[in-house]
Design a protein around this ligand. Structure first.
Ligand code: NAD
Length: 410
């Protein structure tokens, strides 16, 4: 199986082959501006020293300050973070917000850290990279394993060096310069575009069946918005296993169960299901909303959904993507499907820069407008050029980054 970076480079190459971009320009667009790798050493609660490796990959700033999440997960490595940073460059360009792309991560299992250890890891990481991030350079945000509390610590630690500056990080708690609607934003965008995709296919969202992998920030909000619109979520899994019922899961009750127990398993009135079984569920829509590289050449033949909405980053390997295309399974790519989070992060940054606060209704209205307009544009390119939605999205994103690069010059 190809590495994460090889996968996203392959998607890039598929698109640029159709654009007639020179080899020199391709090299410039694909080469990251800066790769940061730091030691994150902290004292554990028991007095022992623990050392982790932290990364911040700054891929491209042609269209504005670089933007991207920060992932705390034991499988984080340089290759994956760089792949995710390049995805951010195309993603911010596809939804046309004035940013470039970056991504960060620390190879650490957050489940093995106490609250205090998590705080020390976060602050130590900021100590190491604070000079290379900032509101006009590179703005982190939440991703897997990080949340609003982690963002609050980042802001506080950054400000010790640089003074009051809430725009240095997004996804903060609403009580501490965060934006209304940021937490739900990625899930809301996923749900909006799932419905828009069904409408393009002239399918009624009401009663459409969905299987969802991952019930964290993105998965749980996507499930709530989809259930609100009448879709039937028949299977959900997380890192510990999953639950299924053909009648559709009660998502509010499942959220309460997860808040209480930390996992979806053992939810009342449902049978258990594994992650492998979930990917092979007989449903209309499959939504991977957890890790990358979960739909692969090995398991793609088992997929029975007609539509895949990539809520997670990089969930489909290029080999699997080719097979899905041959089987005419529609894939809404990550760079478009999960762009709701970075879009509301942009609104948060705008509000922080202006010291002004928007209401939730405004955030939602502006988010829906940006997501649906990018969706329409990508759909239009796919139809006009007879390419997949992924290639269309890359054509749009790479085209915008390429033009900004040429206009700005070296
Ligand atoms: P999260 O940490 O809140 O939740 C992750 C979920 O995935 C949890 O339910 C966890 O149990 C599950 N999971 C972890 N390992 C798993 C495994 N091996 N098998 C099955 N499930 C597993 O993370 P999140 O913020 O919801 O992010 C999920 C995905 O969405 C990631 O790929 C992330 O890059 C992407 N994403 C997140 C945002 C955002 O705003 N948070 C924005 C864009 C993309």
């Amino acid at each position: 199986m190809s590495s994460s970076y090889q996968s996203v480079s392959r998607y890039f190459e598929d698109a640029v082959d159709r654009m007639g971009l020179s080899a020199n320009m391709q090299k410039l667009l694909l080469t990251p501006e800066r790769e940061i790798k730091v030691q994150v050493a902290v004292e554990r609660d028991n007095g022992e020293i623990a050392t982790f490796i932290g990364f911040r990959m700054q891929h491209d700033s042609a269209r504005g300050p670089m933007k991207g999440g920060l992932r705390f997960h034991h499988e984080v490595d340089a290759d994956e973070v760089l792949a995710l940073a390049t995805l951010m460059t195309w993603k911010t360009a596809i939804v046309n917000i004035p940013y470039g792309g970056a991504k960060g991560g620390i190879a650490v299992n957050v489940r093995e850290l106490s609250h205090g250890e998590l705080e020390r890891v976060t602050r130590k990481f900021v100590d190491e990279i604070h000079d290379m991030i900032g509101p006009h350079k590179d703005i982190p945000a939440p991703d897997m394993g990080t949340n609003a509390q982690v963002m609050a610590w980042i802001m506080n630690q950054y400000q010790k060096f640089h003074g009051f500056n809430p725009a240095c990080v997004t996804g903060k708690p609403v009580e501490l310069h965060g934006a209304e609607g940021r937490e739900e934003a990625t899930g809301r965008g996923v749900a909006q575009l799932t419905i828009a995709t069904l409408e393009k296919r002239q399918l009624d969202p009401v009663g459409t069946t969905v299987a969802l992998q991952g019930f964290g920030n993105v998965g749980s909000y996507a499930a709530r918005f989809l259930a609100e619109r009448g879709l039937k979520i028949v299977a959900v899994t997380d890192a510990f296993g999953g639950v299924t019922t053909s009648n559709g899961l009660d998502i509010d009750a499942l959220c309460e169960h997860v808040a209480r127990t930390g996992k979806v398993v053992d939810f009342a009135d449902a049978e258990s299901i594994t992650n492998e079984e979930l990917l092979a569920s007989e449903v209309d829509v499959l939504i991977p909303a957890a890790l990358g590289n979960v739909i692969t050449a090995e398991n793609v033949d088992d997929v029975r959904a007609n539509i895949i909405i990539e809520a997670a980053n990089n969930p489909t390997t290029p080999e699997a993507d080719e097979i899905l295309a041959r089987r005419e399974i529609l894939v809404l790519p990550d760079v478009l499907a999960n762009a709701g989070g970075v879009t509301v992060s942009y609104f948060e940054w705008v509000q922080n820069c202006q010291h002004f606060k928007w209401e939730l209704s405004r955030v939602r209205k502006e988010l829906d407008k940006i997501m649906l307009s990018a969706f329409e544009k990508v759909w239009e390119i796919a139809e006009a050029k007879h390419v997949s939605l992924r290639t269309a999205a890359y054509l749009l994103g790479i085209g915008r980054v390429g033009r900004a690069t040429v206009l700005g010059g070296l």
